[in-house]
Design a protein. Structure first.
Length: 193
């Protein structure tokens, strides 16, 4: 299998996809006489330009021309093989969660010793904009959680509802002063009691 979700098909064999496309072409030709081009194409399950392209390929190459060619399209990203170490990934996600600024978090990761050199150069040249192949690593999905604080205020329990509940126990260090973020992700000053 090459790049992408579609397997590369040997041009000398006939795939199930080619057989399905031939069946769609046959349905289209039958329906076209009665319903017209656009409606027949919709009933056959493809667009008119796609069916036209399949007809041309079928006329030129026979059933083998209808094989899927998605396995060899596009250029593979040079970042596809880059792996971010677990500690760097943890720091990236922590910084994004704390600050809400992904570019600043990616730049901080680029300065780590364990950051791959190719990635570090790219991030520094592009001002912390992550390459598309790795951008999903920095996307955090906010969820609603239930937070329970112990009576002494030194422990909190976080429960994230979902398919299976995830719970975590956090111990708060003495003299800890949390940053409270406003809706604009700007830290607010705490009032001393």
């Amino acid at each position: 299998m090459k790049n992408g979700p579609h397997p590369q098909v040997n041009s000398n064999t006939v795939s199930d996809v080619a057989k399905q496309r031939r069946a769609a072409l046959f349905r289209y030709r039958l329906l076209k006489r009665r319903h017209g081009g656009a409606r027949a194409a919709a009933m056959a399950g493809a667009s008119v330009p796609t069916l036209w392209r399949w007809e041309q390929r079928f006329a030129r190459h026979g059933l083998r021309g209808l094989n899927s060619h998605f396995g060899n399209c596009g250029r593979r990203s040079k970042f596809a093989a880059v792996r971010l170490p677990a500690a760097a990934l943890h720091e990236l996600q922590r910084r994004i969660a704390e600050t809400g600024r992904p570019r600043a978090a990616w730049l901080a990761v680029s300065r780590r010793a364990d950051c791959p050199p190719l990635l570090a150069r790219y991030l520094q040249q592009h001002g912390g904009k992550a390459p598309a192949a790795l951008a999903a690593l920095g996307r955090l999905r906010p969820v609603q959680a239930l937070v329970f604080v112990s009576p002494d205020g030194r422990s909190c329990f976080v429960r994230v509802p979902g398919k299976s509940a995830v719970s975590a126990r956090l111990t708060v260090i003495p003299n800890f002063r949390p940053k409270v973020l406003t809706s604009h992700n700007q830290p607010t000053k705490h009032k001393k009691p």
